[in-house]
Design a protein around this ligand. Sequence first.
Ligand SMILES: [Zn+2]
Length: 157
Amino acid sequence: MPRRSFRIGRSITGLGLFAIRPIKKREKIAEYKGPRVNAEEAGRLERRGNRYLYEINKQITIDGTPRSNVARYANHSCNPNAETYTYGGRVFIRALRKIKPDEEITYDYGNDYLKWVIGRSRCQCRRCRRRRARKQREARALKKRRAKRLARMRRRR
Ligand SMILES: [Zn+2]
């Protein structure tokens, strides 16, 4: 693979991958590397709290724990700009759309991960944070309107 198109940097949930130059749509970004383990071993690792397991199929899972596996720093997003794909038994991350420099590179870890590991209400991706902020703003605005209405009613009495 040619020179890296990203750097590892601070993100809201720890470390993340950030583009260091424009990345073209469908451009390969990184390979998700690590030893291949069978389902039994994957289950064991999972119970021990390994969060870097990438299941290729029912038989083969990649243990992406090694720090040399830079792809493991790509965070989850519900509105991602990248995706994973399997080619010749290897797993890669590629851009879903054009990615601008300094943009965080994210992919969708899938429903199971979101539901069971992250927890839907605790997802820290940009979309979920924005949605929660909007809901809070709406709740505050509603409270304000109610308080005003109440004050008006009191004045009339
Ligand atoms: Zn999310």
